[in-house]
Write a protein that binds this ligand. Structure first.
Ligand SMILES: Cc1cc2nc3c(=O)[nH]c(=O)nc-3n(C[C@H](O)[C@H](O)[C@H](O)COP(=O)(O)O)c2cc1C
Length: 381
């Protein structure tokens, strides 16, 4: 791939993305909450995971395929849900859904995306996950589940790590609002990014289209308080049981960092737990997902499916998570950096980078697949 020469790393795509989107959009995508400590910690702790290299291991070509929740995937990673994805780059949701379909990897659509399950449906592959922010009203809940099921989504993901809205200081300072408030400052930022501005003009102002149905009119959604009332209820174990009863496909809970919670979810019939600190966007004192992964793996046992995300910026990070007990790895920002840098081609380049990086690093360890990874961890048994 020709992009490999000038943009060999996801950080190269991020640098270009920053120059192509308005400042407030960049701040929305790139920031964490508080001082950004949780976001940094996720990356730092990944980098601390070391492997023993292998010498004289002969030639190896690794098999990168895996199985997760009863399905076969050609690669062990997928696209995490990102709210207002279409604000970050015009038509992001449908572009990433097609990427998922073409690569055979899962695409997750957020409840607070800029597209609806219905408008994304024609672009979905068989691996489509639906991320639910839990509505208070049981009728809205039922309706959302039915809409996603009818649109072809197979797997339900309940995000549980947003019990209260996070303050997201850097994002607020940047001027982010939903929908964007067209103040002179924001307009100046938009005018400086013509490709984004034209694309956004063509797609229409990014809005929370999925939940508009329940607010009656678009104007109501300009009030964050109203959205909060509608979907930001703090679910509890009772709510989880309700969902389990009303969704007969695979179901995951996202945002788990405590071993006891994961065990209880397993026992409640949740099919997989998704270890995540929401990309460091919710709670600045949250541990790095990679720190808690081994504890959670030990608590739930060797066979219970675990997904993982947080700070993954290369194939080596994916190998680190798999080595410490994850079965599947998700990425949020990386795909959006690629998209904002080069559109669909940039998002596909992210897949290429991750694949090549995994091949190369497995080769350094003399491994033909993921099975031997744990055995090559340095400083752990
Ligand atoms: C801009 C942005 C918006 C996000 N919106 C959602 C969301 O709507 N629902 C959700 O469950 N997670 C959301 N997340 C969290 C991601 O699903 C994922 O957990 C996180 O991005 C992983 O970290 P990474 O960006 O370092 O890969 C969002 C993340 C970002 C960066």
């Amino acid at each position: 791939m020709e992009l490999d020469q000038s943009y060999p790393a996801i950080s190269d795509l991020a640098a270009r993305a920053r120059r192509r989107v308005p400042h407030f959009v960049w701040e929305f995508l790139d920031s964490g909450t508080g001082s950004g400590a949780a976001m940094r910690r996720s990356r730092d702790k990944l980098a601390e995971v070391l492997f023993n290299p292998a010498v004289l291991a002969g030639e190896v070509e690794a098999d990168l395929s895996t199985r997760f929740l009863g399905r076969d995937y050609p690669l062990p990673f997928g696209i995490a849900p990102v709210g207002m994805s279409g604000l970050i780059w015009p038509d992001a949701e449908r572009t990433l859904a097609r990427l998922g379909r073409d690569q055979g990897i899962p695409y997750s659509l957020s409840t607070v995306a800029a597209q609806t399950p219905e408008t994304v449906a024609p672009h979905l592959g068989p691996e489509a996950w639906f991320q639910l922010y839990p509505p208070r009203d049981p009728e809205i809940r039922k309706d959302l589940l039915a809409r996603f099921r009818d649109a072809g989504f197979t797997t339900l993901v309940l995000t549980a790590d947003v019990p209260t809205a996070s303050r997201r200081e850097r994002q607020n300072r940047g001027g982010m609002a939903t929908p964007p408030k067209l103040s002179p400052r924001i307009l100046a930022q938009i005018a400086a990014r013509p490709a984004w501005a034209l694309g956004t003009l063509r797609q229409g102002t990014p809005r929370l289209r999925t939940i508009e149905k329940y607010t009656g009119d678009r104007g109501a959604l300009s009030s964050t308080k109203h959205i909060g009332y509608l979907i930001r209820t703090s679910p509890d174990w009772h709510y989880l049981r309700w969902l389990r009863q009303h969704w007969d496909g695979p179901m995951m809970v996202k945002g788990v960092l405590v071993p006891g919670d994961a065990v209880r979810m397993r026992d409640e019939g949740v099919d997989a737990v998704w270890i995540s600190n929401h990309g460091g966007r919710q709670f600045d004192a949250a541990p790095a997902p990679i720190e808690v992964l081994p504890e959670i793996r030990a608590a739930v046992g060797p066979d219970y499916p675990l997904a993982f995300d947080g700070g993954v910026r290369g194939g080596l990070d994916i190998l680190r998570a798999l080595a410490l007990g994850a079965d599947f790895v998700m990425l949020g920002r990386a795909f959006h950096y690629g998209l904002a840098a080069f559109g669909a081609r940039g998002a596909a380049h992210v897949v290429h980078i991750l694949r090549e990086d995994m091949q190369s690093n497995l080769g350094q360890m003399g491994l033909a697949g993921f099975d031997g990874l744990a055995g090559r961890l340095r400083g752990r048994k």
